[in-house]
Design a protein. Sequence first.
Length: 176
Amino acid sequence: MKILAVAASSVLISLIAPVANGQTVKAKTYESIPAGTTTYHWRPGRVLTDKGLNDNPMVDAIVRKAVEQQMNIRGFTEVTGTGGLEVSYMGGVSTALQIDDPTLGDYMTLNIGGSFGVQGYTYKKSGLVITVVDRVTGKAVWAALATDNFGQVSQLEQRIDKAVTKSFDKFPVKKK
């Protein structure tokens, strides 16, 4: 549960972070992956929306497939129930208002309305947090936060795959 709380905090922070063009990825290694660890267990993640935390089987399948591909090329095998590592994710979506003010330039504010007479447009910003936990110690080994406008459902798989790939480029175990 501690890991989920950390992931939830990271997602919430990503939802109010400054707007960036394209995907951004931040990753942090917390602990070393124990020597000889070659297996992982997948724990389904959840998506935070304006209706709360929700299971989303479609998003889960897309993220799982992308993570599996990245873990496999780094020498890790998914196993059921047990494994040296546990991999999961949490996603989040936020709608915000981008305001273009001649004196302040572009900046982001929460979607509670803009200043009188200031032009603005609404956009969606999404965050994807991937966590890897050592199942023996229960400690986070690595986490990555990818932010993007994951956008239309037709582009969702492609954009999530790109976010997961960019995240795992910062994973402590390199491709084999």
